[in-house]
Design a protein around this ligand. Sequence first.
Ligand code: PMP
Length: 428
Amino acid sequence: MDQYIGPEEVLRKKREYLIPCVYHFYDQPMQLVRGEMQYLYDHTGKRYLDCFAGVSVVNCGHCNPDITKAICDQVTTLQHTCTIYLTQNIVNLAERLSQITPGRLQKSFFCSSGSEANEGAALLASIYTGNHEFISLRQGLHGRTKLGMSLTGLSLWRTDASPVGGISFASNAYCYRCPLGKQYPVCDLACADEIETVIKTATSGKVAAMFAEPIQGNGGMITPPLGYFKRVKQILEAYGILFIVDEVQTGFGRTGKMFAIEHYEVEPDIMTVAKALANGTPVGAFIAKPEIADKYTRPGASTLGGNPVTAAAALATLDVIANNDLPARAAALGAQLKAGLLALQERYPLIGDVRGLGLMLGAELVSADKSPASHELDTILEKLKDRGILVGKNGPNRNVLAFQPPLVITREDVDYLLNQLDDVLAEV
Ligand code: PMP
C-alpha cells in the first residue's frame, strides 16, 4: 500500500485530481482508514458509529469477516473471466435472487452499479413492450448516467441540461408536503391517480414502464402510504405499462423486509438492485419476470458485471443476511430508533416529520414556519461527527437527517445515537 498521507494531503489531491462533482461531507473531513462492522476509524484512531453505511450499502457491517473470507478465497482462485465462459458463482447468485425476490422475478443480468441496472431495465422494458417512453416520480433518483439522470426527478441530481426525452414525471407521495395540497387519508391517494392523468395527458400512450423507489432515499426518505403501490400497479396494468421497482437503496433487509416493495404487496415486473447486494463490492443487477427477460436475446455482456469475486461477495452477503435474519433485526431496531425519534420530535419542534421503514429512517428538520432547516441540519451533522457518530442528509433542500446504519448495530448503539442526538438538538 502507498505511504500514509493524511487528510490535508488527501483533500489537496482530491481538489487537484478528482472532478469536483465528487463532493464530500463535513467542513473538516476525517480520513477513514479502517472499518469493523458498525464502526469506522479515522487517521487518528478515533472511532465512529456509522449510521449511514455509505448510503445503505454496508448492510452486513464493514469488513464483515464471512464476506471478507469469501472474497479472499475467490480472489486467490479465479478473479475474473468474461461471461463468455462458464463459471458457477454468477448462476448460483441469479438462482438465489430468484428465490428471495418477490413474485415471479426470476432472470438476472449483472452489471456493476445501480445506474447501469436502471439503464438495462429500461432497455429490457422497451424491448418487451416495443414502447420507448417512461414515467418517473418527482424527487426520485435513479442514477448518474445519461438515462439514469434523465429518469431522476430530484433537480439536485439532474446536472444534465439536455436530458433524454420521452420521460414524464408524476407527483410523489410526499404526505408531509403534499404536492397536490391534500391530506392523507382523505386524499384517497390522489397522487397515485395522478399517474393515470400523466399517462393520458403527458405521454403518447406508448409507455414502456414506470420507475419508482419504494422509499425515495435521496429524495428525503419519502415513504408512500401502504395502499399507494397497489393503486399505481392497477393503473399501469390497465395501460400495459411495466412497473420497474428501484431497490438500489432499499433492498436486502434495510426496511425490515428483504425488499421494500414487499411492504406494499405488489409484484414488480422488473427490479433493480446494487449497493448492498455485495455489501460494498461493486455489483448491480436487474431481475425480470421470465417472459419479459426472454425477449432480450441479442448478445449483451458486462465485462465486470457478476464476475466471480463480486458474485462470491454477493452470495456470502445473502448468507449473512439470511443466517442472522437481518430483515427482522432491521424491523426491531428500526422500531426502537423510530420511537426514539418520535419522542425527540415531541420535545424539539425542529423535527417536523419522522418517516421511513425499518432502518431507513428520516427526520425532516424545519423552522417554525415549516421552511427547511438546512443550516441547522449541517450543524447537527458536524456536532454528531465530533461526538463520533456519522449520519446522512438528503431531500431536495438537504434538510432531512438520514439514518441508514449497518443492520448489525445493537440496541445499545441505537440508545447511544438517540442520547447524543438529544444533546446535540438541545445545543442547536
Ligand atoms: N437508484 C437509487 C435509488 C440510488 O439511491 C442510487 C445511488 N444513490 C442509484 C440508483 C445509482 O446507483 P449507483 O451509484 O450505484 O450507480
